[in-house]
Design a protein around this ligand. Structure first.
Ligand code: MSP
Length: 510
């Protein structure tokens, strides 16, 4: 069975402090990566930093540092963020690494060889903050300054010698590619946006700059540095040891299964990237999922707007699982999501503390206080038991579909609903009364409740790995059991179980 799964986050510009948008992109990709792992895929998950270009050169200058020293410092901050966010990445690539330079130069040479790159002069608009070229019809003038209507960022007029990639000649082939690979861009609204843009006509793309030096030099013409997006996108293959295409990593994991990106960088991933790859005779990735923006008071959260909720501060105050859960639940399926501390707190209380946390707490403490931590099932099931078990086990198939559709919002709602109905099952079955009347039945009810907790924990593990990891430890669940297949087969716990000592999983915010 071919079950390799290669998933990437965007590599981050280390040009300032990480914000919630960065955290969101990373956590989202991590949830998909972890889900595929519990669905028994061989997952390779990549993140990293995008360290070249004018934007970084300017940030370094503003900090009175040499670009590489500056990148070393800030890249480390993003690496630490990955750890704080509890990302399960297999690698952290930096575009200043030699392995990456080698890959970019190789790709460049392939594009020269295929006749897709030529030398000319660029005259047009450029946004440093987006590191993007914009067409005349995408520019608006305000107070004698010029801005991109697409991103809102300021642009400047650039005229310089430049190498060009023959993007225009890839227009029809790209449309054909989208047509053949129906699922290449998700959600569908973004796919339509890309197709309309390509249909409206593609112009050749300037792929080198001469007015600054911080980048990868064009082979055999060192006055030019390679355009930072051609450089950055290549990270996805340089991390797999491209150009060594016989390398196991490359063979196992390219083409990528999923690039997770924000909607602001869709054009680069859905148009430029497959065009570069097709031109170099390399298979494009299978899928791009473009998520929406995290908004704060209806605006994109960004440094320039000053409306940043800082992920590290939130993690210190509320905990990483709490942040992960809230972001994944609140911002759904490619749409924008408005986040606030108030909503974060009520989400922690309603779903984590009062629902899932309470379920674990009440069952574990009952078993500790009344059963000496031991429960034995006689597998004598009643209708209410079967109903609960079947409802849970059957959900898995739908959950896979939800994840494949990147519909995390409904995924979480469905799983947390299982926690809700399990709480209700306990209320209905009243093990505290059974203790006096029917110890055997009490054991069965508790066993089912604990099995439900194990299943819910497996299903929530991609989202809240820390808390569910604690549950696995309490239940002494072996790693080979922690997967969807054991839920489906109904074999997750032994008939006789002993539970370990349990702490409160989620504190209620008062
Ligand atoms: N360096 C490029 C990516 C190169 S990938 C070959 C870049 N970096 S970034 O640091 O500016 O952004 C990284 C990711 O964070 C992007 O996917 C972007 O969409 C996401 N976010 C940045 N701000 C965001 C929000 N406010 N909300 C959600 N995500 C946004 O782009």
């Amino acid at each position: 069975m071919q079950n390799n799964f290669y998933i990437t986050t965007p590599i981050y510009y280390p040009s300032g402090e990480p914000h919630m948008g960065h955290a969101y992109s990373s956590i989202l990709a991590d949830v998909f990566a972890r889900f595929k792992r519990i669905d028994k895929h061989n997952v390779y998950f990549l993140t990293g930093t995008d360290e070249h270009g004018l934007k970084i050169e300017k940030s370094a200058k503003e900090n009175n540092m040499k670009p590489l020293d500056y990148c070393n410092k800030i890249s480390k901050i993003f690496n630490e963020l990955a750890i704080k966010l509890n990302l399960s990445n297999n690698d952290f690539i930096r575009t200043t690494e030699q392995r990456h330079h080698k890959a970019v130069k190789d790709l460049w040479n392939k594009l020269i060889k295929s006749g897709d790159i030529y030398l000319s002069k660029y005259k047009g608009w450029y946004s440093i903050s987006d590191e993007a070229y914009y067409n005349e019809d995408e520019i608006v003038k305000k107070n004698n300054k010029y801005f991109s209507t697409f991103s809102g960022s300021q642009v400047e007029w650039v005229e310089e010698e430049s190498f060009f990639f023959k993007l225009s000649s890839w227009q029809d082939k790209l449309l054909e590619f989208y047509n053949k690979n129906d699922k290449f861009i998700s959600p569908i609204s973004r796919k339509n946006e890309v197709i309309n843009f390509v249909k409206s006509g593609l112009r050749d793309l300037s792929v080198s700059r001469t007015s600054f030096t911080w980048g990868i030099k064009v082979p055999e013409n060192e006055k030019h540095v390679i355009y930072v997006w051609l450089d950055a996108l290549t990270n996805y293959i340089s991390a797999l040891n491209y150009p060594n295409i016989g390398d196991k990593l490359y063979k196992d994991f390219w083409p990528a299964s999923l690039h997770v990106i924000g909607k602001d960088i869709l054009r680069f991933h859905a148009i430029y990237w497959p065009a570069f790859l097709l031109a170099a005779n390399i298979e494009p990735p299978s899928k791009i999922f473009s998520h929406g923006w995290i908004l704060s008071g209806d605006e994109k959260m960004s440094k320039s707007k000053g409306n940043i909720l800082k992920p590290l501060e939130i993690i210190d105050k509320y905990g990483i699982d709490e942040l992960r859960y809230y972001l994944m639940k609140e911002v759904s399926h490619g749409s924008d999501g408005n986040i606030s501390l108030k909503n974060l707190e009520s989400c922690i209380n309603s779903d984590l503390a009062n629902n899932f946390g309470n379920l674990c707490q009440r069952v574990f403490s009952f078993v500790k206080n009344n059963c000496n931590n031991k429960v034995k099932s006689s597998k004598n099931l009643k209708d209410a038991d079967n109903k609960l078990i079947n409802e849970t086990n059957h959900l898995v198939k739908n959950l896979r579909i939800m994840m494949d559709n990147h519909d995390l919002n409904n995924y979480i709602k469905s799983v947390i609903n299982i926690s809700f109905i399990t709480n209700k099952y306990i209320n209905d079955e009243e093990p505290w009364k059974l203790k006096k009347t029917n110890i055997k039945r009490m054991n069965n009810v508790l066993h089912i409740a604990i099995e439900q907790i194990a299943k819910i924990s497996v299903l929530l593990n991609p989202i809240i790995p820390l808390a569910t990891g604690k549950v696995f430890k309490i239940l002494n669940l072996k790693s080979e059991i922690i997967n969807l297949q054991s839920i489906e087969s109904g074999k997750i716990l032994n008939n006789e179980i002993t539970i370990g000592s349990a702490d409160i999983l989620f504190k209620k915010i008062t």
